[in-house]
Design a protein around this ligand. Structure first.
Ligand SMILES: [Zn+2]
Length: 144
């Protein structure tokens, strides 16, 4: 019997139950019928952040960034390429710390970019500083 995973839809926020062995078959949201995974990191606001880190059964890797941060912009393409490699075992997401300062303060984000991995609502790893695609993939796979 295959295990099911709860996957939060990046489009509408619905929580889908997907059999684990179907995760790689381009599953679609049962509510809005959009693909649950597109190979791209998703943008989160505060409400989306809380929902995705707490309701997904897959680890959520969050890139805390800001538009004025040069290293953040340099790392952005690497993070997108990492998303293409790590989905659907992981959800990759970006949180703009200028728009969502309360979240950045709550999680004591001291410097950006900072990557953090969340599982079942809890932070399980954190890494400040820009990384290459290969470094991101290795770091995520060795921590979650
Ligand atoms: Zn949906």
């Amino acid at each position: 019997m295959s295990q099911s995973k709860h996957i939060v839809c990046p489009q509408c926020g619905a929580v889908n139950r997907i059999p684990e062995n179907r995760l790689a078959d381009n599953p679609k949201c049962g509510k809005c019928h959009q693909p649950l995974f597109t190979g791209h990191a998703i943008e989160l606001d505060a409400a989306g952040f809380n929902k995705h880190i707490s309701r997904n059964d897959i680890p959520v890797v969050v890139d805390f960034w800001a538009s004025w941060c040069g290293p953040c912009k340099m790392m952005a393409p690497a993070f997108q390429q990492a998303a293409a490699q790590l989905e659907p075992r992981y959800r990759l997401a970006k949180l703009n710390t200028e728009d969502e300062q309360a979240i950045a303060m709550q999680y004591r984000i001291q410097s950006i970019p900072t990557l953090a991995i969340f599982r079942n609502g809890r932070e399980i790893a954190r890494q400040p500083g820009a990384m290459s695609t290969g470094d991101i993939v290795r770091w995520v796979q060795s921590n979650a």
